[in-house]
Structures are given as structure tokens and as C-alpha cells.
Design a protein around this ligand. Structure first.
Ligand code: F6P
Length: 367
């Protein structure tokens, strides 16, 4: 009987609960024992009642709840080998042989590192008499399956991450609210949206709200005098009768010299050069919280079910899979290749090689 642990890690995102629910219920339906690990990797390290066997009813009502009800944490001890050794002992003591992790690239990398140290961690536990010979022999393999939970949609080899569409919806609602007050006062608003180093949320929000201008990490303004180019464009829009001006700035946005673009700076430009009464709104964690939109519930559910299938089909030889989405189909991709591609994209952006970044982002490895 397979024993699967499910945990959420890194920044929360809407739909993580739906993913946990799907893993628990699909696991039980396929004859497995499923354990929830509370507080992310910290729960693996601390063990005790942070690792709890789940029943069908334990995840009732999870589908529509935002964030992650089993908690998440940025766990330092798991980044060190002694912490991972402790985590291995906790898993072995409960007979757990597989972990489904829902998180971003850092969290998924942590899981794969853990797997790569197997069975070395077990040998060390046996040598220190922390586990028995029998436990050692019955835990030769550790299966890891990744689900990508992040509002940033910044992972390569998948079209979309769990939580991104909810965040986009929340940003659109907020910007719509801002638009009505902006129109009333004929004001300009500079709105900063999250996304870390990725401009997906900002770009999608700009398209979905009809923003006048958007600043992205992946495509810094190309004009030498981008301030003048921006003001000219905004002035033309105002001349057409538009009473509000909306500029969206991704939190990782860069200027031509790859220096960060800050909303306050844009505000000063609009006020000084165009004489616009301008306000800055940083949406912050409002865009990460709240009930998941239908798509995130669906995505997390079908991917959670698929994660259980991936556990049941895993072999010691195959690389850890990441459950993704490509052209509306659920996919299995090699987890570490996806992480490598994600980092390669970031490096290409850092080197101002935006074509390379796009090429890398569009490429993928198959299992
Ligand atoms: O990765 C998700 C995210 O919300 C990013 O968009 C943002 O940069 C970061 O996490 C904020 O992190 P924290 O919640 O630790 O402030």
C-alpha cells in the first residue's frame, strides 16, 4: 500500500487547497494512505502532529477556500542536511514513500534535492541506529511529484500555474474599482502588481483592463528617451477624450539599463511632465488571497488527481515529474529540467537577451 504525503510550500496561492483535496481523495480512491504535512517542509522536519493521516472528510470544503489550510512556510532547516535527515526519519517512521509538493520553483527544487539524497539519508539513519534494518530495506525509494502553485506563472514547461488566474481576476477587480474613482477625478493611477521577476500578471492585467502603458521585466522600454515616448502616448489617449490614465508596473519591471522601475518614479514623470493628478496603488497581498476562481479549482483538481497517477507509475529510474498544463492538456514534465529552464530564462533576462529568454520559455523537455 502506497503512503503519500502532500504538502504546500513557498508563497501560498489560491487553488492549493483544491490540490490537497484532490491528492487526498484520489489517493484514498486508489487505495493509498494519504498524509497532510502541515507548515510545508517545516512539518516534515518537526514531524509529530504536523504529519496527519487524512480521511475523505478531512478535506471537505477545501475547494473554495483561498490560501492553504495546511499551512506553508519558508523553511531554513530543510535547506540543511541535518534538517533533511530529520525529515527522512519522520517519513520512514510513518512508512511514507512518496511526497506530492505544491509550490514554486524553489520548493520543487528542495523536494528533488531530498530525493537525490536517497538512500544516503537512510544509510546514515541506519548507521546512527535511528531506524531499523527492516525500515531501511522497505524504504529504498522516495517518489517526488511536483504541482506548481504560484501566482506569478513563472515556471517553464507549463502554460499556467495554480493560483495565477485567481490573482489576475483579483487585480482586474481592483483596477476596475480604481478606474471609476480615476474617471471621476480625471486622475492618473500607477498600479504595481506582483509577479516577482515575471511579468505575466502585469501583462495579462494590462490587456484585461485596457491599461495605457505597462512596464515588464521581460521587455524593458526600448526608446532611449522612454519617458517622453510614454508621455506622448498617454497624451494622445487623453486627447481622444479618456478621463483616466492607467499605468501598470510589474514589481520586477526594469528600465532600458535594467535598473528597477518604481511606481513613484512613474508618478513623478506623469505629474511633472503631463501635469496629471497622479496616485500610486500597490495592490500587495490582496492579489494573492481570496477564494480561487473556477479555473484554479479545476486546474488544481485535475492536476492533483494526475499527481497520484504519477506516484503510482513512478519508477526509481524516471526523473521526478512535474505536473503541468500544455495546450489545455495535463502533462508530466521532468521537474528539474523545468526548474533549469526557469533559471535559464531569468539568466537570459539578466543578460538583456530577451529573444533567448522567449525561446527558452517556449521550449520544453518531455519525460
Ligand atoms: O511568489 C509569489 C509572490 O507573491 C510574489 O509575487 C512576490 O514577489 C512575493 O511572493 C511576495 O512574498 P512575501 O509574501 O514573502 O512578501
Amino acid at each position: 500500500k502506497r503512503k503519500i504525503a502532500v504538502l504546500t510550500s513557498g508563497g501560498d496561492s489560491a487553488g492549493m487547497n483544491a490540490a490537497v483535496r484532490a491528492v487526498v481523495r484520489a489517493g484514498i480512491a486508489r487505495g493509498c494512505d494519504v498524509f497532510a504535512v502541515y507548515e510545508g517542509y517545516q512539518g516534515l522536519v518537526d514531524g509529530g502532529n504536523l504529519i496527519k493521516k487524512m480521511s475523505w472528510n478531512d478535506v471537505r470544503g477545501f475547494l473554495e477556500v483561498g490560501g492553504t489550510s495546511i499551512g506553508t512556510a519558508r523553511c531554513m532547516p530543510f535547506k540543511q542536511r541535518p534538517g533533511r535527515l530529520q525529515a527522512a526519519e519522520n517519513l520512514v517512521n510513518r512508512g511514507i514513500d512518496s511526497i506530492v509538493v505544491c509550490g514554486g520553483d524553489g520548493s520543487l527544487t528542495g523536494a528533488d534535492v531530498f530525493r537525490s539524497e536517497w538512500p544516503g539519508l537512510l544509510d546514515e539513519l541506519l548507521a546512527n541506529k535511528r531506524i531499523t534494518e527492516e525500515q531501511h530495506n522497505s524504504h529504498r525509494y522516495l517518489t517526488i511529484v511536483g504541482l506548481v502553485g504560484s501566482i506569478d506563472n513563472d515556471m517553464s514547461s507549463t502554460d499556467i500555474t495554480i493560483g495565477a488566474y485567481t490573482s489576475l481576476a483579483r487585480i482586474c477587480e481592483s483596477v476596475d474599482s480604481i478606474a471609476s474613482t480615476a474617471i471621476s477625478h480625471s486622475r492618473a493611477f500607477v498600479v504595481e502588481v506582483m509577479g516577482r521577476h515575471c511579468g505575466w500578471l502585469a501583462l495579462m492585467a494590462a490587456i484585461s483592463t485596457g491599461a495605457d502603458f505597462v512596464f515588464l521585466p521581460e521587455k524593458p522600454p526600448s526608446d532611449d528617451d522612454w519617458q517622453t515616448a510614454m508621455c506622448d502616448r498617454l497624451t494622445r489617449r487623453r486627447a481622444l477624450g479618456k478621463r483616466n490614465t492607467l499605468v501598470i508596473v510589474a514589481e520586477g519591471a526594469l528600465d532600458k539599463n535594467l535598473n528597477p522601475i518604481k511606481p513613484e518614479h512613474i508618478k513623478d514623470i506623469l505629474a511633472d511632465r503631463m501635469g496629471l493628478d497622479t496616485r500610486v496603488t500597490t495592490l500587495g497581498h490582496v492579489q494573492r488571497g481570496g477564494s480561487p476562481v473556477a479555473y484554479d479549482r479545476y486546474l488544481a483538481t485535475v492536476q492533483g488527481v494526475e499527481a497520484v497517477e504519477a506516484v503510482l507509475h513512478a519508477t526509481p529510474e524516471t526523473p521526478s515529474p512535474m505536473i503541468g498544463m500544455s495546450q489545455n492538456k495535463v502533462t508530466w514534465r521532468p521537474l528539474m529540467k523545468a526548474v533549469e529552464l526557469t533559471h535559464a530564462v531569468a539568466t537570459a533576462i539578466g543578460n538583456k537577451d530577451f529573444d533567448k529568454a522567449t525561446e527558452l520559455r517556449d521550449s520544453e523537455f518531455k519525460l
